[in-house]
Design a protein. Structure first.
Length: 194
């Protein structure tokens, strides 16, 4: 059973990898992935399909903007629930443009149960669902938003959620230290240290 499964007490159609709190190796994936390090939702596009998607400047800009819309919805859900969070970097462009994963710091007690429950309960508001979740020192979560047109690739937003700020396995700041000194970033979101 994965960390998310244990936290939520159900067998969700999400992905989770093995980790110290996951109780062992991940089950074989329904899409044939037997690497043991992650399990991918059968409805999510394969890595090869995502890599094969043509990337033009206009398509790239549209994708970054679509990810920004989804990120804004995630922030709205966190704000509505009163959960403290801090975007560690890249916030200057958010939520208008998201070109990579989003590094977010949250209180330790949020992971994995509370955040998993919150994302699942708000799938309708987000217009997206968790399709991948694994714990590799930090929680790597992928949300997918699909539209009515199945020929258009889904919007995939990658969240890298941690409870402390470390660099090369060295603690730089404790999560509590950052969360108590955070301040609103551009657009009024709480995203950076003082």
């Amino acid at each position: 059973m994965t960390a998310v499964d244990q936290a939520l007490g159900v067998l969700p159609a999400v992905v989770a990898g093995a980790g110290p709190d996951a109780g062992g190796a991940a089950p074989a994936a329904s899409n044939g992935n037997t690497s043991g390090n992650r399990d991918v939702d059968a409805h999510a596009p394969s890595a090869a399909a995502v890599a094969a998607t043509p990337t033009t400047s206009a398509a790239s800009d549209a994708s970054a903007a679509a990810k920004g819309e989804l990120l804004s919805a995630v922030f709205d859900v966190l704000d509505r629930d009163g959960l403290a969070y801090c975007v560690l970097h890249g916030y200057e462009q958010y939520p208008h443009r998201v070109t990579s994963d989003v590094d977010i710091l949250v209180p330790r007690e949020m992971l994995p149960r509370r955040l998993g429950e919150l994302l699942r309960a708000n799938e309708g508001k987000l217009g997206a669902r968790v399709v991948q979740w694994f714990n590799d020192r930090a929680h790597f979560i992928v949300l997918a938003r699909t539209g009515a047109d199945k020929s258009v690739p889904p919007v995939l937003l990658q969240l890298h959620v941690s409870t402390d700020y470390d660099v090369h396995n060295r603690l730089v700041y404790s999560g509590n230290e950052i969360l108590t000194t955070r301040r609103p970033g551009p657009g009024g979101r709480t995203g950076r240290r003082r």
